[in-house]
Design a protein around this ligand. Sequence first.
Ligand SMILES: [Zn+2]
Length: 394
Amino acid sequence: MATTLITNIGSLVTNDPDLGAGPLGLIRDAALVLDGDRVAWVGAAASAPDADARHDAEGRAAHPGFVDSHAHLVFAGDRTAEFDARMSGQAYQAGGIRTTVAATRAASDEHLAANAAYLVEEAARQGTTTIEIKSGYGLTVADEERALRIASAFTTETTYLGAHIVAPEYADDVAGYVDLVTGPMLDACAPHARWVDVFCERGAFDGDQARAILKAGAARGLIPRVHANQLGHGPGVQLAVELGAASADHCTHLTDADVDALAAGDTVATLLPGAEFSTRAVYPDARRLFAAGVDIALSTDCNPGSSYTTSMPFCIALAVRDMGMTPDQALYAATAGGARALRRADVGVLRPGARADVVELDAPSHVHLAYRPGVPLVRGVWRAGLRVRASDRG
Ligand SMILES: [Zn+2]
């Protein structure tokens, strides 16, 4: 295995407080050694060991690759017209998902795989080195199974979301659809999924239905995560904590009891500011969650309806500007927080033994991710030790 020394890093975020200053484990004038797909050494550039290859960061900042723990990348078509209408004053309805379901069902496997590959590559160029991918635009046994099969080609973090909305064929028989999702569809999908998810929301699935779906998935070895409390108050967050879900996602409308439950439980609150941005909705209050001691992740929710962005730097800028996070909190949530939401100890951190996922910024500090919004600051990306992005500028 070849080793690579990345040296002369002006400001390195490790996310390991044992390695550097503060919760981000920040090291000035740092270096990293990558050995194959792993980090072999982290420390001061002055004491770095030799390696087979050498990359000079010329004083720039570096941090762990982003961990996007919530994305919907297996779909066809787009919803430009819906976004355009919404920005002209119409409210978002969860039923807009049906447009994408129809387009996805009509698409070939090859088209769906190519679209997902395009989006995964787009995310990688912006520093995302771990991404979760959900099903949820098929809503038949065969279409959900193929969505997960396609997703599995890009990530091990695959999520069965047959319960995204009630399939149109079951509009008058929600109980029948829950039986399908917890029965034959689960049988077909479980071999291709690590996680089970449900959209627990008015217009989608209520608390009892969501509980049945998550428990059925858990009985097949899938770990629950929940789309919870996005559009209004509801039982999703409490249910996520009750069932020991890895993550409650959105968490936009929370009661004090919801915040207390998250703080007391083992469930990460995953905030998705791209959704509030793209639906012109009120953002969740990250400060309230931090004050209560809740673990927080930050993700894109990339989907063609309510958040069509793959950009973690954009989400960091929104989290800082509109959700009250500090730049340090936002970067941590977008890296170590996402790893925790996926129950991964090998990503979201740069310490010996971790996966060699590194982002080099064209900036002296990670604070620039929020300070210079919309600017393509990601200069270099290593994923599992392989350079997947080299700057056009050298
Ligand atoms: Zn989502």
